[in-house]
Write a protein that binds this ligand. Structure first.
Ligand code: FMN
Length: 238
């Protein structure tokens, strides 16, 4: 009786009583539902944590553009940025989604690999023209003397790449420009995933899934697939 009352008071979404052997369907559902809800401007935003090999952590927001059913996530960035320097030296990364309106959190940890050129090109070509020019102009994470210098660098990129003012002002410019070689995707192969549903009275529901690499490779080339053991699931005190 007492337990029934407490369960009712905690009323909120919970994870299935019997945890699914593979959590990726739930993760993709949560991601798609958050995007469909349109309750926040960037439902695909994650805090991305990286660390230098000597353990100096840093964290920043990025847009997680794909959550793949194979258990990987993709974000795009400048390959000379601080986060990229961290990931080059230490490919381990962690991200967290917080879908506040849905009362959900998803935490993923794993190792990162550069996207293939085709994957980076495909996403680059979908970006707004000004964002594409910005990727050429921005030396992300390097010192910038003034904001005007950035605007000048974008204008210089537009001139160099023959982008007209009409194209810049057009809502759908029919123009393709090449992708800068130092801009592209990072794929995070998840080996630990934690899903959290918020409940009243802090009676949240929380579970983690882990899997181990079985391919024995120390590094992966872009596009190369790792292999893993099956997931192991464990409910956790919130
Ligand atoms: C909501 C949001 C989304 C962002 N998305 C990206 C992104 O997808 N890629 C990116 O490189 N920076 C993105 N940024 C900027 C980063 O947070 C960060 O300032 C930048 O990448 C430089 O980080 P770094 O110096 O640690 O490499 C975003 C910022 C915010 C607030």
């Amino acid at each position: 009786m007492l337990e029934e009352v407490i369960l009712k008071l905690a009323a909120a979404e919970s994870l299935p009583d019997s945890l699914p052997a593979d959590p990726l369907l739930l993760l993709t559902q949560w991601y798609e539902q958050a995007k469909a809800a349109k309750s926040t401007p960037n439902p695909d935003a994650v805090a991305l944590a990286t660390a230098t090999p000597d353990g100096h952590p840093s964290v920043r927001m990025v847009l997680c553009r794909h959550v793949e059913p194979d258990g990987s996530l993709m974000f795009y960035t400048n390959y000379d940025s601080r986060k990229s320097a961290d990931l080059l030296a230490n490919p381990r990364a962690a991200v967290v989604f917080h879908w506040d309106h849905q009362g959900r959190q998803a935490r993923a940890e794993g190792f990162t690999v550069h996207a293939t050129d085709q994957e980076s090109d495909a996403y680059f070509n979908k970006r707004a023209l000004l964002s594409r020019l910005g990727s050429w102009a921005s030396k992300q994470s390097s010192p910038l003397a003034s904001r005007k210098d950035l605007v000048t660098a974008v204008a210089q990129a537009a001139t160099r790449l023959r982008v007209s003012i009409e194209s810049l002002l057009s809502p759908k410019p029919a123009i393709t420009i090449p992708r800068p070689p130092n801009w592209g995707g990072f794929r995070i192969w998840i080996d630990r995933l934690e899903l959290w549903c918020g409940g009243s009275g802090r009676l949240h529901d929380r579970a983690a899934w882990i899997r181990q690499r079985t391919d024995g490779q120390s590094t992966l080339a872009p596009g190369q697939l790792p292999s893993f053991t099956p997931w192991q699931a464990q409910r956790l005190y919130p």
